[in-house]
Design a protein around this ligand. Structure first.
Ligand code: CP3
Length: 343
């Protein structure tokens, strides 16, 4: 038991004297070595589909900082691409996709069984990583949750309020549900293949869960997460899963139990003392330093990092940010954060 990796121990419900730590987007543009490898690959998608280089950028933050976990380098939008959507990234702006706005668009998607044709390089990245990672580092695989992925597939890009996806849902709930169902099924196959290739933990990113309310939250955030996690755990008994229903607010309460997740990832808006009282009794929590502290640094970074560790010190906790580290973060501030956590 005690020779188990620290991240797996926390996910198993152990309270540790020092929490294991990793960061969302830890392989990213704030690191000069990432920018160099991305330039070598040519562009972001070429990097995602090049197993050697994707494994290299995954390992870079592990070498530099000794995080307790590595997250596979890929993107949540590779799955829609594997289902037949066109995908490209506009530098400095973000992703663009062909749009799906009606039942015919959903019917036109490629069969779920075909996704591995496109995604096999991702599984190769996982295989390389499971050979090359240090023995104490846990490998996390991931996918976007169906609602979040659907918001990009419907709008063809990121949107501030997910308006186009809400409009599709209002115009034809059955067709929108069919899209969510197709994504749910494809996500199970995608994540299962990552586990077979060597991923030890799975994280489900529902970055836009906060724009769903009431029955919409139940139908499009909670139910798909429960279906995916139930299927994964049936195929891979004991697989730990982290759920991230970002900005779900009060709907964070009971979410881990309802979907069967081992850990709930917390965004920046969640008060640590509230989460310790209301969420941590259900299992491990992960989070939740605001990424801006890694830009500004100084005494606030240290004080806030310590406050989060203190608030969660009576239960299982994985230290992380509340969202991805930003390109303008100072790599030295990550060392200061780690010093504040590990002392
Ligand atoms: O966390 C990691 O280090 C692992 C790799 C990872 C990336 N994206 C790499 C990436 C993960 C887990 C993601 C998840 C992802 N991708 C999410 C969910 C998490 C979140 O941030 O809410 C979403 C919504 C996406 C879609 C996406 N990918 C957007 C909106 C953008 C553009 C915004 C931006 O930061 O530029 C991306 C691009 C992206 N994905 C980058 C990275 C490192 C930057 C691309 C680059 O190098 O130019």
């Amino acid at each position: 038991m005690t020779d188990q990796k620290l991240l797996l121990r926390a996910l198993g419900g152990e309270t540790l004297p020092v929490p294991p730590v990793w960061m969302m987007r830890q392989a990213g543009r704030y690191l000069p070595e990432y920018r160099a490898t991305r330039a070598q690959a040519g562009d972001f998608l070429s990097l995602c589909y090049n197993p050697e280089l994707a494994a290299e950028v995954t390992l870079q933050p592990i070498r530099r900082y000794g995080f307790d976990a590595a997250i596979l380098f890929a993107d949540i939008l590779l799955l829609p691409q594997a289902l037949g959507a066109d995908l490209w990234f506009v530098t400095g702006e973000g992703p663009r996709l062909s749009t799906i706005t009606d039942a015919a668009g959903v019917a036109g998607l490629r069969p779920v069984a075909d996704i591995h044709e496109t995604l096999s390089p991702i599984y190769e990245t996982v295989r390389i990583l499971s050979r090359e990672l240090p023995a104490e580092t846990t490998l996390i695989g991931f996918a976007g949750a169906p609602w979040t992925v659907a918001t990009y597939m419907v709008a063809g890009r990121g949107t501030p309020d997910q308006g186009p996806a809400h409009a599709f849902k209002a115009a034809d709930r059955a067709a929108f549900s069919a899209l969510i169902d197709r994504l749910t099924e494809a996500t199970v196959e995608y994540l299962s293949a990552q586990v077979e290739a060597g991923a030890e933990v799975i994280k489900l990113f529902d970055s836009w869960a906060g724009s769903l309310k009431g029955a919409d939250f139940d139908d499009f955030a909670l139910a798909p997460a429960r279906t995916i996690i139930t299927a994964l755990k049936a195929r891979h008994p004991g697989l730990p899963v982290i759920a991230f229903p970002r900005e779900a607010g009060a709907r964070y309460e009971g979410f881990a139990r309802a979907v069967g997740a081992d850990c709930l990832a917390l965004d920046n808006s969640v008060e640590a003392s509230w989460a310790a009282a209301r969420l941590q009794p259900d299992g491990c929590v992960q989070g939740n330093l605001a990424p801006r502290h890694l830009v500004t640094g100084g005494p606030d970074l240290v004080a806030e990092t310590r406050a989060i560790c203190q608030a969660f010190s009576n239960g299982p906790h994985i230290f992380n940010l509340g969202h991805g580290i930003t390109p303008d973060a100072d790599p030295e501030n990550v060392h200061r954060m780690l010093e504040a956590i590990r002392g």
